[in-house]
Ligand binder design. Structure first.
Ligand code: B1M
Length: 209
């Protein structure tokens, strides 16, 4: 049944995904297993795109399908104390429209006990700065980038936060497929995590530090 979840995402079966996810859960799969199979599906979709077997519209439908499937899992993955760790501002950098990973991070962070302020996609550096200034009680900010070409926008964003003197208020976390610990160190971020679950653990550590 979990294989069907993957097939539905790869094939962009928008109308069937919710039912298939529910059937997988009813069949005994855990929410995490279902999520993992959807992430595998997106890797497969990325591979097909790279090999020119599919194009942007198919990639977009697959993304929408995954988002709809994640909607079914959300109540199962949640459960933290509401706002216990304060606010967490998150966004995808300027020029970058990818938001599935960012949304998963936001979901896990919320479940871990933060009040999440999601700035969305294609977020200019100044908007991150304004949001942090407008929320002086926010202790952690998360910056996501999925394209090698938008890694520079991540550098600009981190620099803008530092230049605005906000490093004493917030810790800056970065992540996304092309990001590495070395890049995070190079641009002056406080933390890098490879996935949504470790992002939530790290955010708690940073908020408590
Ligand atoms: Co795009 N895309 N895409 N795409 N897309 C990739 C990223 C790509 C690798 C595909 C490929 O060629 N194999 C490639 C990038 C190559 C590169 O940069 N070297 C690519 C490209 C080229 C493009 C376009 C340029 C295509 C074009 O137009 N010719 C274009 C760019 C648009 C833009 O942003 N300006 C484009 C567009 C799109 C769609 C809009 C169609 C769609 C996105 C829809 C959406 O997000 N709502 C899309 C998709 C779906 C993908 C793939 C297939 C899947 C991405 C995804 O959602 N993965 C992707 C291939 C792939 O990743 N294998 C691809 C699932 C998600 C759960 O994983 O986002 O990695 P991910 O998030 C993970 C971690 O990275 C981490 O945690 C998450 C969960 O564990 N993480 C963080 C993410 N943010 C974090 C922040 C943190 C911590 C961890 O702390 C703050």
């Amino acid at each position: 049944m979990i294989e069907s979840v993957k097939e539905m995402v790869v094939g962009g079966k928008l109308k069937k995904i919710e039912g298939t996810v529910q059937e997988a859960l009813d069949g005994g799969a855990t929410a995490q297993e279902v999520l993992d199979s959807m992430m595998e599906a997106m890797d497969e979709v990325g591979g097909k795109f790279q090999r020119n077997e599919i194009y942007v519209p198919e990639m977009l439908v697959a993304a929408k399908t995954m988002q709809r499937g994640v909607g079914v899992l959300k109540p199962l993955l949640g459960g933290g104390g509401v706002g216990k760790y304060g606010k967490y501002i998150i966004g995808t950098v300027a020029g970058d429209l990818h938001d599935i990973g960012k949304n998963l991070v936001a979901m896990m962070i919320e479940a871990a006990g933060f009040e999440v302020i999601d700035l969305g996609i294609d977020v200019p550096a100044e908007k991150f700065v304004e949001a942090v200034k407008a929320n002086p009680d926010c202790k952690v900010v998360g910056v996501s980038a999925l394209l090698t070409t938008t890694m520079e926008a991540m550098r600009v964003t981190v620099k803008a936060l530092i230049d605005a003197g906000l490093k004493s208020q917030v810790k800056i976390m970065v992540g996304g497929a092309p990001i590495t610990q070395a890049f995070a160190d190079e641009i002056g971020a406080d933390a890098y995590t490879a996935d949504a679950a470790s992002a939530a653990t790290k955010a708690k550590e940073l908020a408590e530090a």
